[in-house]
Design a protein. Structure first.
Length: 213
């Protein structure tokens, strides 16, 4: 094994704890989802997807930040090595999930970015938070950061398209596509608002039906 292979193996070994953190968060989210559905007859989480950044991706991020490429810098300055994306049907579900996570005694919220209340200029909407979750190893406990992105299905569709266009044009998207994307983002927001309204009206009808029985 040459030096490069040794370094790569060391990075992969250090990243193993982030995999364990993803396991912890996925378990928590699945429990919360099942409990909420049992109590309220509604599942706030349509889909949960997790991913672990490869060392090469983290190294590129460190270089973009102008930082030395070391494992310690990766741990200190790259907080999205472990990431989870949760998609929901309704915007209200996003804030419910955030509230449920905050109520977990062993979760520490480091940072919150609400791009739903404050969308990015290009129209991007999502709810981001960086949390720390304890991972219990054989001889120690490690608090590991995990990025969680929560968004509606419509928001996720828009973000996926924007991401593909972003890399298609090597990060320099032509002005006409930026305009189209912003218009699409406005349409997505209108769709989310309409879906929330319909959902609320359906719930009102259901409540009236229960009262009349």
């Amino acid at each position: 094994m040459n030096l490069l292979e040794k370094e790569f193996h060391e990075w992969k070994n250090e990243f193993l704890v982030y995999k364990f953190a993803l396991d912890e968060i996925n378990t928590k989210l699945n429990i919360l989802s099942e409990e909420f559905e049992f109590i309220h007859n509604h599942n706030p989480m349509e889909h949960i997807k997790s991913r672990l950044k490869e060392p090469n991706s983290v190294i590129k991020k460190l270089k973009r930040k102008g930082l030395d490429v070391t494992i310690q810098n990766a741990k200190s300055y790259v907080h999205d090595i472990a990431g989870v994306r949760v998609t929901c049907s309704f915007v209200a579900d996003i804030y419910r999930i955030h509230a449920m996570l905050c109520q977990q005694d062993d979760i520490h919220v480091i940072k919150v970015k609400d791009y739903i209340a404050n969308p990015k200029p290009n129209g991007y909407r999502s709810f981001h938070l960086i949390i720390q979750v304890p991972v219990f190893l054989a001889n120690r406990t490690v608090n590991v950061p995990v990025e969680i992105q929560i968004r509606t299905i419509a928001m996720d569709t828009w973000a996926s398209l924007e991401h593909k266009i972003y890399y298609k044009f090597e990060q320099e998207i032509p002005e006409e596509f930026l305009i189209e994307l912003k218009q699409a983002a406005d349409t997505v927001q209108a769709l989310d608002d309409k879906m929330a309204y319909i959902h609320q009206e359906v719930e009102k009808v259901k409540d009236k039906s229960k009262l009349s029985v």
